[in-house]
Design a protein around this ligand. Structure first.
Ligand code: R5P
Length: 282
């Protein structure tokens, strides 16, 4: 296997290569003056190519398509998309809309696709090849349980993320719950844990994606008002668009923890061991 890291996932690709004890291909990336992308895989590709590239921006997707094309000589191509952009556009609400997650998935020509905590499992059906989605939440649970926290609890920011919190917490014996919005009066909404009391406890709020940070910032503020001790926010995919980091610290968050599906300063948990295992099992 030759591991080929796209520009958006260079660190993760090198970690996957180290886990598998495989060669990492030397690649060249550049942008033309008109903003078009250029890629070249300088090393020999060999018979089995693994391309690792998150598609955070539209350009990242173009680079992924270019890398797949450049691997045309390989007998087998495995595409790892640790974070797949457009995955949140997984439903049609109004006539005439694109199902953007499907539109993106359909562009991938490969033998296998591997994703990490894809926003909706149903998107996997849109790939034209075998697809596997891996769950990085237990890794997050391991990281949290190694932190020196006081009576910790893992909370999902809403009911939709409850299973994510459960899979992070369960194996490590940490309590978990989800946050529920309750209308207190005409203009007051309270966000609080459905079943547990966060008062006097350290809290980790875990979601699949932090994008603008709005969902998390509101939850952090409310939990601190309700007497939680330190409140951490954690996610699999740290999109952290615009001023998200500033917004989160302004809300009183103690720290931000994420994986390296998107390579940010807060990416302290690597999904490389999980990806290496999934590649071995193909
Ligand atoms: C939504 O479906 C996702 O699971 C996240 O809750 C959402 O993307 C967070 O967005 P933001 O950080 O912009 O509030």
């Amino acid at each position: 296997m030759k591991i080929i890291g796209g520009g958006a996932s260079q660190l993760l690709a090198s970690r996957v290569a180290a886990e598998l004890n495989c060669e990492l291909a030397l690649c060249k990336f550049k942008t033309f003056p008109d903003d078009e992308k250029y890629i070249r895989i300088i090393d020999d590709i060999g018979p089995e190519a693994v391309i690792v590239q998150s598609t955070i921006t539209d350009s990242d997707l173009v680079v992924l398509l270019q890398l797949i094309d450049a691997c045309s000589s390989a007998d087998r191509i495995h595409v790892v998309i640790p974070y797949m952009g457009y995955a949140r556009q997984d439903k049609i609400f109004n006539q005439g809309e694109a199902l953007s997650a499907r539109a993106v998935a359909r562009t991938i020509e490969a033998d296998n696709v591997i994703t990490v905590n894809i926003h909706e499992d149903s998107i996997l059906n849109y790939f034209k090849c075998n697809s596997v989605n891996i769950n990085a939440a237990p890794l997050m649970g391991q990281f949290v349980s190694a932190m020196d926290l006081h009576d910790p609890v893992i909370l999902a920011p809403d009911k939709g993320a409850k299973e994510l919190a459960a899979s992070a917490a369960k194996e490590m014996g940490i309590e978990y719950d989800y946050l529920e919005k309750k209308r207190i009066s005409g203009d007051t909404v309270e966000v609080s844990p459905k079943n547990l009391d966060a008062r006097g406890r350290d809290v980790v709020i875990l979601d699949d994606i932090i994008s603008t940070g709005g969902t998390m910032a509101e939850a952090v503020r409310m939990l601190r008002e309700q007497g939680a001790l330190d409140v951490y926010v954690a996610c699999i995919h740290p999109v952290l668009a615009g001023s998200a980091v500033n917004k989160l610290y302004h809300s009183g968050v103690k720290d931000i923890i994420a994986t390296d599906t998107i390579e940010r300063a807060v990416s302290r948990v690597s999904v490389a061991p999980l990806l290496a295992q999934a590649l071995k099992e193909l």
